[in-house]
Design a protein around this ligand. Structure first.
Ligand code: ATP
Length: 234
């Protein structure tokens, strides 16, 4: 479904991503794990068109994303849930969700999808008119995921959904990510929480200072001594 071929991404003179290639197969949950500053967010931003690779290409269902506008990329079915639960703080929960659907015109289906979001996140329904900035951290993360669901993505890019959340909430968010996947959305998940990420993913890549250093089925990586030592605290 998605193929990233040998991309190099720079911030000015800083060579942040060094020849990264990865693949996401339709229906899978693929995770990209790595420490702070390894370049995980940079890769997601490059896929969603917020950054451009200097060389290399990104192919999604035969289309070259690296030459498409970010809006066109969303329209083609790829949606990013940004890091740090970036919701529109001065807008209500409802307005945030409506914005997730702003490129769509299928009113009846938008309503249906809104109901689906509320089914998954009843807490958002209870807080439908509350300003997003006053939601708790976990609720904001739910809203960020809900907003992405409203674009009906076929491929969802998730940037560190566990960040800053209490362990119980992390579990809840991850089980919802799994459900979203089971209902047909392919997932590329970027995480520092390697333990949780490997527990739900099918396939995993390990990123260190801008390079993929290891890849394989998530179960195998979770058992690998190298990963255990560096990322699983043991
Ligand atoms: P984290 O988990 O801490 O968010 P990450 O793996 O997502 O880390 P990135 O945010 O992709 O890492 O950053 C990769 C590298 O690029 C880091 O060295 C970072 O300092 C650098 N970088 C990121 N954004 C910029 C920017 N706008 N300008 C210059 N350098 C940047």
């Amino acid at each position: 479904m998605l193929k990233v071929n040998n991309i190099n991404v720079y911030y000015g003179a800083i060579h942040a991503i060094k020849g990264v290639s990865l693949e996401v197969k339709e229906g899978a949950i693929v995770t990209l794990i790595g420490a702070n500053g390894a370049g995980k967010s940079t890769i997601l931003k490059t896929i969603s068109g917020l950054l451009r690779p200097k060389t290399g290409e990104i192919i999604y269902e035969g289309n070259k994303l690296n030459t498409m506008e970010a809006q066109e990329i969303v329209r083609s079915g790829v949606c990013q849930v940004p890091e740090g639960r970036r919701v529109f703080a001065n807008m209500s929960v409802l307005e945030n969700l409506e914005l997730g659907a702003f490129l769509r015109k299928d009113k009846a289906q938008i309503k249906e999808d809104m109901e689906k979001v509320f089914e998954k996140f009843p807490r958002l329904k209870e807080r439908i008119s509350q300003l997003a900035g006053t939601l708790s951290g976990g609720e904001q993360q739910m809203l960020a995921i809900g907003r992405a669901m409203m674009s009906r993505p076929r491929l969802m890019l998730l940037d560190e959904p566990s960040m800053g959340l209490a362990p119980l909430l992390v579990k809840e968010i991850f089980s919802i990510i799994k459900e979203i996947n089971q209902s047909g959305t392919t997932i590329l998940l970027v995480e520092q929480n390697a333990h949780m990420a490997l527990s739900i993913a099918n396939y995993a890549y390990v990123l260190e200072t801008g390079k993929i250093v290891l890849e394989g089925p998530a179960k195998e990586l979770a058992e690998s001594e190298q990963v255990k030592k560096a990322y699983l605290g043991g």
